[in-house]
Design a binder for this molecule. Structure first.
Ligand SMILES: [Zn+2]
Length: 358
């Protein structure tokens, strides 16, 4: 990966951005896209649009959400402990024993506490802990000490940052889906630097907000842009490690290319144009099947106004919604290339209306 791109990737992944509190990631996104976009716009919901050819009437929306899962403080006890709710979907076995950052007036370190194993009753040992039974300890001895730096409604992230593993594999918290924001920005950059985009086609690379709590940013951004077509990109469950079934979920391998979804949530012409783009530019991909609506921004986008012709790309990811998500950075790069390749296939008069081939 190009060093400047890798720096941007690390910066946006490391920026704390639980749903509703995306400003730090948005700042990183605007800074990077400012280097090549024709125009940048931030809407009142917080979505950031980086645009190429803003005056074109055929519009493509590329969406990669920049919010991540996290926690929010809802109660501070008299003895200085912090109680929290989950933002987005958490597996409650994960937080126990983790170090966290609380994003107050300053960044405060804390730990998520649980009774030591020696003190657990037999019944408690067999049970999975729930978020409501956990707390954050920042070392404070009273509520007043906490309130000097932390307020109700402050958010919390795990103390994990981007790290390379062997080969082209990397781990981080929040690849889901700052990786997607990275990809839509890179796709726009590739179109601006390598060319091939029809001047009558506009591309809106949007870092969306609040996906993890119900695809909320994609809804408002889609309405505002009113594009005819769009691609959403998100992390996708790798089905390539022990205990997950290919017969149940289909196969998806880390390192074998981005996924291209086929099913009711995607438009057939978009799917075909993605395949054509991949063939012309020699980009590997894996087909992924979804029988109905998906839990991605692509779902909200497809239902925008009178409908949007949508495609959904994914990057295979292991251990989703944990602080140690794992992916291949080659897959990430190939996904950005595939997005750009799709945009090059779209012309001002492309008709996306579903019809039988003649
Ligand atoms: Zn997610």
């Amino acid at each position: 990966m190009r060093p400047e791109s890798l720096e941007f990737f690390k910066a946006i992944v490391n920026a704390p951005s639980p749903s509703g509190y995306e400003e730090p990631a948005a700042e990183v996104y605007r800074d990077y896209c400012g280097g090549f976009a024709d125009k940048i716009h931030t809407d009142v919901h917080g979505n950031v649009w980086a645009i190429a050819n803003p005056d074109a009437s055929m519009k493509i929306m590329l969406a990669g959400h920049m919010d991540e899962i996290g926690f929010i403080i809802h109660y501070i006890s008299d003895d200085g402990l912090l109680y929290f709710s989950g933002i987005g979907g958490h597996d409650s076995v994960i937080p126990v024993g983790q170090r966290v950052w609380i994003h107050g007036t300053e960044r405060v370190a804390g730990v998520i506490g649980r009774k030591a194993i020696h003190l657990l009753e037999d019944e408690e040992r067999k049970k999975k802990p729930e978020l409501k039974d956990l707390w954050i300890d920042i070392g404070a001895a009273s509520r007043a000490e906490v309130e000097a730096v932390i307020s109700l409604g402050d958010v919390v992230t795990f103390q994990y940052e981007f790290q390379m593993l062997m080969g082209d594999r990397a781990t981080a918290r929040g690849f889901d889906n700052k990786m997607g924001s990275f990809i839509v920005a890179e796709a726009l950059r590739l179109l601006k630097t390598d060319g091939g985009l029809d001047p009558g086609v506009g591309v809106y690379a949007v870092a969306t907000v609040q996906e993890e709590i119900g695809l909320r940013g994609a809804r408002t951004a889609s309405f505002g842009i009113a594009p005819q077509t769009g691609l959403a990109v998100d992390v996708n469950h790798a089905i390539d490690y022990p205990s997950v079934s290919k017969t149940r979920y289909g196969q998806l391998d880390v390192g074998k290319g981005p996924s291209v979804m086929r099913g009711a949530n995607t438009n057939h012409t978009v799917f075909r144009l993605i395949k054509d783009g991949a063939a012309e530019e020699n980009i590997p991909y894996q087909v992924d099947v979804a029988p109905g609506g998906t839990g991605t921004d692509g779902n909200a986008m497809q239902l925008n106004r009178e409908g949007m012709a949508v495609g959904i790309l994914g990057v295979p990811l292991r251990y989703m919604h944990t602080p140690c998500e794992v992916l291949s950075i080659t897959d990430v790069e190939d996904c950005a290339r595939l997005m750009a390749a799709y945009c090059r296939q779209v012309k001002p008069d492309t008709d996306f209306t579903p019809r039988l081939p003649r």
